[in-house]
Design a protein around this ligand. Structure first.
Ligand code: XMP
Length: 317
């Protein structure tokens, strides 16, 4: 039977012993796992933990600044690196999903590597790897490991020559959340939906431009804020919006329009391996659709994804 308090006590003393006075670097993603790992390490080694939070330009609307502020408020030694332009520059013209993922993975490593070279004498790289990540990365048949090149695990190059420390690698997600709660992390942060490492890039079908990112951030924000204000956010495992690479005809006043279509997706799941679409109330869908079309310039049609996984996946690419 898992007891978060005992885990924290044991892990903190284990980390103290293992790390001594060494410096440790950790990449924060804004997600639950890296945050819990950071707070745990911070409890063990304090300011010897150097956290780096990279803006890849593909996060949710306003998320870079608000999450960075939240991290600072938690007393973490964190540096925010705004590399959005660099990522979007490298992604320009790329439509293939796997190439998008690889490009983001590569640029992330470059940015992270540059930043960790600015720190002297770092000995360790800490990661928020959890047990399902460990399983997925060793299993040959794991669908998402083989079909999609997830880069959450072991994604950093050898030349960094850092020793790896992964305090959560024996824990399941719900255990990580309980550890986070014991550590006093904001329940809202602990309850956040999963969000893919490549961010909005894989929810913009086709090539990525700064304008498309902004449209999708605005649409996504109306949807997610709507879920929160209708009390639906916590009933959904993951939700987001997808910008489709087609325009459709609409009408505004006497004029015809020819603008973007967005799809909304909300799923129930336990681990992301299988998923069902959520039966969101029609009244909610109506309100959100109207809000999106009224507030987000360039979008004239909203559709709702009613496909389960399998055979569909949660993301569209
Ligand atoms: P799929 O689309 O495979 O998604 O049904 C299952 C879960 O994995 C997330 N996902 C990713 N996470 N890097 C990530 O870190 C990726 O490349 C990636 N692709 C999908 C997806 O958001 C869902 O939670």
């Amino acid at each position: 039977n898992f007891t978060p308090n005992a885990f924290v006590d044991e892990m903190v003393s284990e980390l103290k012993e293992k790390l001594g006075n060494d410096k440790v670097v950790l990449g924060l993603s804004g997600g639950v796992d890296s945050t819990v790992a950071a707070v745990l390490l911070n409890k063990a080694i304090g300011q010897n933990l150097y956290c780096i939070f990279v803006n890849n330009g593909l996060l949710r609307k306003n998320e870079f600044q608000s999450v960075l502020d939240q991290y600072k408020g938690m007393g973490l030694n964190v540096k925010g690196v705004d590399a959005g332009d660099r990522f979007l520059g490298e992604l320009a013209g790329i439509s293939d999903p796997e190439t998008k993922r690889k490009t983001i993975g590569r640029v992330f490593i470059e940015v992270f590597d540059d930043e960790s070279h600015l720190l002297e004498d770092v000995k360790w790289l800490a990661q928020g790897t959890i047990y399902p990540d460990v399983i997925e990365s060793v299993s040959v048949k794991g669908p998402s490991a083989t079909i999609k090149s997830h880069h959450n695990v072991g994604g950093l190059p050898d030349y960094m020559k850092l020793k790896i420390v992964e305090p959560l690698r024996m824990l399941f997600k719900d255990e990580v959340r309980r550890v986070g709660a014991t550590l006093g992390i904001d329940p809202e942060l602990l309850g956040r939906h999963p969000f893919p490492g490549p961010g909005l890039s894989i929810r913009i079908l086709g090539d990525i431009t700064p304008e498309k990112v902004q449209i999708l951030q605005d649409v996504d924000s109306v949807f997610i804020e709507g879920l929160k204000s209708w009390g639906l956010y916590d009933k959904v495992w993951q939700a987001g919006a997808i910008l489709l690479p087609v325009n459709s005809v609409g009408v505004m006043g006497d004029e015809r329009t020819y603008e973007k279509v967005v799809a909304l997706r909300a799923v129930e799941s336990t681990d992301g391996m299988t998923a069902d679409w959520v039966h969101l109330p029609y009244d909610f869908l109506m309100k959100v659709s109207n809000d999106i079309i009224n507030k987000v310039k360039g979008v004239n049609r909203v559709v709702y994804d009613i496909s389960s996984k399998p055979p569909a996946t949660i993301e569209w690419e």
